[in-house]
Ligand binder design. Structure first.
Ligand SMILES: Cc1cc2nc3c(=O)[nH]c(=O)nc-3n(C[C@H](O)[C@H](O)[C@H](O)COP(=O)(O)O)c2cc1C
Length: 358
């Protein structure tokens, strides 16, 4: 049930509700600031089981926008420490903090969504993007350079360095962004990976670079920290990754030591015909869950407590991640706990607001 605890590798979370990673596009050269502080403080007392900090770039050019968060400098690390420590100090319900680490690949160097989200111009300080193959995301996107092996080694080093920073900061879980068309997904998907070397071709080859990252990162992650990845359940295109591929990717990741998976979809290209509706990606999580034994998270238009609870009760997924629902109602879990008749811990200063509803 939604309010039952779950073991994720070395971790235990108090319920199955996860706050999905959400870019705030508000950082200063990768540094979190007061906006992130208030965001994290709200989420800290949400009553959720886990809160995943937004996609965080492992190198400067791996940011989607000028305002994305990074962990590529001491300044970034110190800024995040302020936010995380403050949130930890008020967290309720044994909330576990995770961070999503990633690299935007060919989707880097874009404007923030509220400025249209298009590729940056020279005047806007665009930068050279990189990808498995020199294929732009859209016709308007910058042409990425095809990464050579030295550059790939450097990216691995940057993943390791950002991971060390995340470990030092005290996160309970580290999650790779392997979905939504960013670098790791770009390697796995045949749509964006047309390499002729051992990193391209069949699925096992396309998985090689993500696995190299994982292997090196695993070496610097202590046993008490869980390691996960968000992957794509389908590319929604004939010539892209299928649900069957996602099952195989999940198996490979489990064999290589991941503690959990989140199944999302889309983002590898534009113009996709995605049947967006309530819980539209849950079947993808259910398909993956059939083939692995590590916990699997579902995400995507999960908005009501009964819907979320049903997903867990039916066994389609072990946890659910909600994104927009938490922006509109940071107390979503409080309300869900009342609906589903389960008591959670809320800050004592606010207890009277919680009990008045019961
Ligand atoms: C403002 C915003 C920022 C997002 N940033 C990220 C991100 O950093 N990493 C990620 O994997 N997904 C990101 N997403 C996708 C969400 O995590 C989630 O998968 C998606 O919104 C579907 O869930 P929902 O229907 O509950 O919102 C973002 C979504 C929103 C609305």
């Amino acid at each position: 049930m939604l309010f039952s605890p779950l073991s994720i590798g070395p971790l235990s979370i108090s319920n199955r509700v996860v706050i999905s990673p959400m870019c705030q596009y508000s950082a200063d050269d990768g540094c979190m600031n007061d906006w992130h502080l208030q965001h994290a403080m709200q989420m800290a007392m949400s009553g959720a089981g886990m809160f995943v900090f937004e996609a965080t770039a492992v190198e400067r050019r791996g940011r989607i926008t000028h305002n994305c968060v990074g962990l590529y400098s001491d300044q970034n690390e110190n800024a995040m420490r302020r936010v995380l420590n403050a949130a930890l100090s008020v967290a309720t319900n044994d909330l576990k903090f995770a961070i999503q680490l990633g690299h935007a690949g060919r989707k880097a160097s874009h404007n923030v969504p509220w400025l249209g989200g298009r590729a940056l111009s020279k005047a806007q300080d665009a930068w050279l993007t990189s990808a498995p193959s020199s294929i732009p995301f859209t016709q308007d996107s910058p042409l990425p350079e095809e990464l050579d092996k030295d550059e790939m080694q450097q990216i691995i080093k940057n993943f390791v360095s950002a991971t060390k920073r995340a470990v030092r900061l005290g996160f309970s879980a580290i999650e790779f962004h392997g979905a939504h068309g960013y670098l790791i997904h770009e390697f796995i998907s045949p749509i964006s990976n047309k390499r002729k070397d051992e990193y391209g071709g069949k699925l096992d080859n396309r998985m090689k670079f993500p696995l190299e990252i994982l292997t090196e990162v695993r070496k610097v992650v202590p046993q008490h920290i869980a390691l996960g990845m968000r992957i794509t359940g389908t590319d929604w295109r004939e010539d892209g990754l299928s649900v069957k591929d996602a099952q195989r990717v999940a198996q490979i990741l489990e064999e290589n030591g991941l503690d959990y998976l989140c199944i999302s979809s889309g983002g590898i290209t534009t113009g996709l015909n995605i049947p967006v509706g309530p819980g539209y990606q849950v079947y993808l999580a259910a398909a993956v869950k059939e083939t692995v034994s590590i916990p699997v998270r579902a995400v995507g238009l999960i908005t009501s407590p009964t819907q979320a609870n049903d997903i867990i009760v039916k066994g389609d997924a072990d946890m659910v991640a909600l994104a927009r629902a938490f922006l509109s109602n940071p107390r979503w879990v409080w309300d869900a706990s009342i609906d589903l008749q389960h008591t959670i811990k809320v800050p004592q200063q606010y207890e009277r607001a919680y009990t008045i509803q019961k």
